[in-house]
Design a protein around this ligand. Structure first.
Ligand SMILES: *Cc1c(COP(=O)(O)O)cnc(C)c1O
Length: 377
């Protein structure tokens, strides 16, 4: 039985009538980028997240760069970021002109380890960038306390964290600002690239709006207040996202349902560790963007599953402190043991709302067979 790692086709087709109605509006208006439907999405995301400002941009990589620049990060500054994360968390810091300072992770939640964080603070540190990965948020209480103690900004890579909350606040607005990615595989996916900046700060929002539009005010073209870039969201993507936003709570519930089934079916396999949700507050709400396991003989398992037609994704095979492009920063192998450990053992299993029970059972059965055969498949 084939189970792809991701397929957006089923839900996309089911949601098509709602999407099509919005597309008609765009065709009638003839405004295709940063137009009325994009503005409608911004207001809808402000309502959904409780953020004072939602600023639509081309993708979350650009959202991170714009957020950092809007927050005043630039040459001479250091930003502390976990080593185990998607590349854009760190590359955005470089694009803003600053230096990423890598930090090890909590081995259980895979996120920034507060007690290692404080050692990384120097006179040049300007901000901390926690990343909320896979299912849950970083330890924002501890991180914000450290930030406050040292007078640092907290700028969140909340690209994966739609609908994740910390003490009632949506990811991205626990610190000064955050981002959301609408890349097709994300919990709320467009049919192409799209991203968003979230903030409660008026000054940061105003600069971010300038930076996404070549430094211009929308109603005052050709006057450049800042040297910005072009990062517009397409109205077609906004239309898709507005339609899909209505299904988001039920789709997140379906993801939880499949996660619970995976948890149950994999529970007795000693070679596999299922995700651990750290309850930091009563209302901790995991959102299963990715169902990530730790597995013995990870690479052999991935190969075996692939031969069985089961898709997986290795998040992330190389820690950022050991990436070739950061070799000049001088980090040695072994310097971040938890991040390096996670990179060698973790793998994401198929996870999307339209999975079927038979799919989840087939994936778990194949994993069981792999280990029963002594790891040779
Ligand atoms: C997906 C992702 C991004 C980048 O988002 P894009 O919209 O693809 O540019 C950044 N950070 C993290 C943690 C992500 O998962």
């Amino acid at each position: 039985m084939k189970v792809p790692f991701y397929t957006g086709a089923v839900s996309f087709k089911r949601q098509w009538p709602l999407i099509a109605a919005k597309l008609d509006q765009i065709l009638d208006q003839g405004l295709f980028t940063n137009g009325p439907v994009v503005k409608e999405l911004e207001r809808a995301m402000e309502t959904f997240t409780g953020a004072k400002h939602a600023i639509a941009v081309g993708n979350a990589t650009e959202a991170l760069v714009i957020m950092l620049k809007a927050a005043g990060i630039g040459p001479g500054d250091e930003v502390i970021v976990p080593s185990f994360t998607f590349f854009a968390s760190a590359s955005s810091i470089v694009h803003a002109g600053a230096v990423p300072v890598f930090c090890d992770i909590d081995p259980v939640t895979y996120m920034l380890k507060p007690d290692e964080l404080e050692d990384k603070v120097t006179a040049r540190t300007k901000a901390i960038m926690p990343v909320h990965l896979f299912t849950q948020m970083a330890d924002m209480k501890a991180i914000c306390e450290i930030a406050e103690k040292h007078g640092l900004l907290v700028l969140e890579d909340s690209a994966e964290a739609i609908s994740m909350f910390h003490e009632g606040k949506h990811a991205g607005i626990v610190g000064q600002a955050g981002v959301i990615s609408f890349f097709p595989t994300k919990t709320l996916g467009a049919i192409g690239d799209a991203g968003l900046i979230l903030t409660n700060r008026d000054d940061l929002a105003a600069r971010a709006r300038l930076l996404r539009l070549h430094g211009q005010e929308e109603d005052e073209p050709y006057v450049h207040h800042l040297v910005g870039t072009n990062s517009r969201m397409d109205d077609i993507q906004a239309a898709v996202l507005l339609a899909r936003l209505q299904y988001l709570p039920s789709e997140i519930a379906k993801r939880s349902h499949w996660a619970t089934l995976y948890d149950r079916l994999l529970a007795d396999l000693p070679q596999v560790q299922t995700p651990h949700i750290r309850v930091r507050e009563e209302a901790a709400n995991p959102v299963y963007y990715v169902y990530l396991i730790e597995a013995e003989q990870r690479d052999e398992l991935v190969e075996y599953l692939s031969e069985q037609g089961i898709g997986t994704e290795t998040y992330y095979p190389i820690p950022l402190h050991l990436q070739p492009c950061f070799s000049h920063l001088g980090y040695e192998p072994g310097s971040m043991p938890h991040a390096e450990h996670a990179c060698s053992r973790t793998v994401g299993l198929p996870m999307y709302p339209d999975l079927q029970e038979a799919d989840v059972r087939a994936v778990c059965e194949a994993i069981r067979k792999f280990y029963e055969s002594g790891g040779e498949g």
